[in-house]
Design a protein around this ligand. Structure first.
Ligand code: HEM
Length: 487
């Protein structure tokens, strides 16, 4: 118990203490049952991965890793473990982390005979699975084929005007706050909240702030569902309120005909037999897998740019050179050609990949060799993306924010860069994400001047909850209209 406790972050301890104070008997019962279950499982199964290095106490139970993952600095801990134990680290009775470029490529890209681990089934509770949570390879392939047209490059052209509208709505929201600005024109806006609302709308969820918050709240609860005992108390996603809202959205879209061209429209038109229940589940998973990640990535990009003003200045010059006329609409065709813009976003995703070190576990039907270490078949193998993207040998000065490293002449290590995963389970929405991120960032920076508040500078220390996010799910910034826009 002592060994386990030593690994629990101060934050986790604080939360544990509060729960213990409010419901001591229930909490103790849950913890004891869980411990007995874990120890029993370990002894019963005599883990074949005992030879793999890792912290001794972690091999007994999922608890330390899960706590780091869901409550604490999981990415940094993973990196520290790799520095201590090497490219393969055992982090739980049945799980290992791998930070070796060639093996990660094999796991994510070249291997065809793996299976997603069971955590995909539990993460969103019971109910119909969606693309992200379908484990069976054949079923996944079919579902992917069904949904692909909605995300294809060909559809991007028709979805782009819709995305641009959501960015216009984002600017209108900021303008509204600017009405209450101080004498110098500065207003305070929670940029994370505003960007989340925009991203919620990008995927056809509508710009409903209450429902965006409701979805985030329900999603946060789900983060605990992989913990065996807690999973009994976590309701399935979506809950009744959210389900009703999403069902009404589906109905509304059906009746509105052609006038709304977004992802939901293409889901509704997909050739296969997708039931309303399946569409609602996909909408929830798209939010988890896409909307939230797009808005968090954009928020972190703003944060990093304002923590590195010299990089912001370079980006602003590129924006002004590409769009000298402030009234010219921002198009993806032009954004795509902006080398510095895309380098900034790539560097943000290298610096803070949204996918945490417990995500994307795969199971292989054969042993996998990493140098001298053999990972036995059946083990949950997790690609350590954050560590890989911070290895000095692939990314010199990995802790420095250097967008220029992504210029072609600097030979970026693309095979040690997986923000969207890769292979047959890669991010199906990455083209939409790029369009939304490019257009939103250029439009925002062209129209508005932003500044960090002193308190938001403290958010430098980003908190990772299964995915990176900004502390408190909020990034308040000072915003005012740019002088040239006022003219
Ligand atoms: C910066 C933004 C984004 C990032 C960093 C990101 C990252 C990822 C990653 C790493 C995966 C693989 C997860 C896994 O296998 O466990 C994934 C899958 C997925 N993403 Fe994204 N994503 C982003 C935006 C989007 C958007 C905008 C959408 C939808 C419009 C989307 C929809 C999906 C879906 C449906 C999957 C599941 C694919 C499958 O299992 O076949 N993502 N995403």
């Amino acid at each position: 118990m002592q060994a386990i406790a030593s690994h629990i972050s101060a934050q986790a301890l604080f939360i544990f203490q509060s729960i213990l104070e409010d419901a001591p008997f229930l909490s103790l019962l849950v913890i004891v049952t869980w411990l007995i279950h874990q120890i029993y499982k370990f002894h019963l199964e005599k883990s074949p991965i005992n030879a793999i290095p890792g912290p001794k106490s972690w091999r007994w139970t999922d608890i330390p890793h899960s706590l780091y993952l869901y409550l604490g600095p999981g990415h940094e801990k993973a990196r520290e473990l790799h520095q201590k134990y090497g490219p393969v680290v055992r982090i739980a009775p049945h799980s290992v982390l791998v930070a070796d470029k060639n093996v990660v490529k094999q796991i994510l890209v070249t291997a065809k005979d793996y299976q997603k681990a069971d955590i995909y089934k539990t993460i969103f509770g019971a109910g119909v699975p969606g693309l992200l949570t379908t484990i069976d390879k054949q079923e996944h392939k079919q579902r992917r084929r069904l949904l692909s047209p909605a995300f294809s490059i060909a559809q991007l052209k028709s979805i782009e005007p819709y995305i641009s509208n959501t960015v216009t709505d984002l600017c209108a929201l900021i303008e509204k706050s600017i009405k209450n600005a101080d004498d110098d024109g500065w207003a305070i806006v929670d940029m994370m909240h505003a960007l989340r609302l925009m991203a919620f709308d990008v995927t056809g969820h509508g710009s409903n702030a209450d429902m965006a918050d409701q979805l985030i709240w329900e999603m946060t609860q789900q983060l605990f569902s992989p913990l065996p005992v807690l999973s009994w108390f976590v309701p399935s996603l979506p809950g009744p309120k959210l389900r009703k809202f999403l069902m009404s959205l589906v109905e509304e879209h059906r009746q509105s005909g052609e006038d709304r061209v977004d992802v939901l429209k293409y889901l509704l038109e997909s050739k296969g037999p997708l039931t309303d229940e399946q569409i609602v589940k996909e909408l929830v998973l798209i939010f988890f897998a896409g909307t939230a990640r797009t808005s968090v990535t954009l928020t972190i990009t703003l944060l990093l740019l304002h923590l590195h003003p010299e990089k912001l200045t370079k980006l602003l010059s590129e924006i002004h050179a590409t769009f000298p006329d402030p009234s010219e609409p921002v198009t993806y065709t032009k954004c795509k050609e902006m080398q510095y813009l895309n380098a900034v976003i790539s560097e943000t995703m290298r610096f803070y990949p949204i996918v945490g070190p417990g995500w994307m576990p795969r199971i292989f039907p054969y042993d996998l060799r990493v140098g001298d270490v053999v990972i036995p078949k059946g083990t949950d193998i997790i690609s350590s993306i954050y560590t890989l993207q911070h290895m000095e040998e692939y990314w010199p000065n990995p802790d420095k924010f250097i967008p220029e490293r992504f210029f072609p002449e600097n030979n970026p290590s693309w095979d040690a860069f997986y923000p969207f995963s890769a292979g047959e389970n890669n991010c199906i929405g990455k083209n939409i994400a790029w369009v939304a991120m490019d257009i939103a960032l250029v439009t925002l920076l062209r129209k508005f001047e932003l500044e960090l508040l002193p308190e938001s500078e403290q958010t430098r220390q980003l908190v990772m909850l299964s995915t990176f996010t900004v502390k408190g799910e909020s990034l308040k910034m000072k915003v005012r209209r740019r002088a040239e826009v006022n003219q």
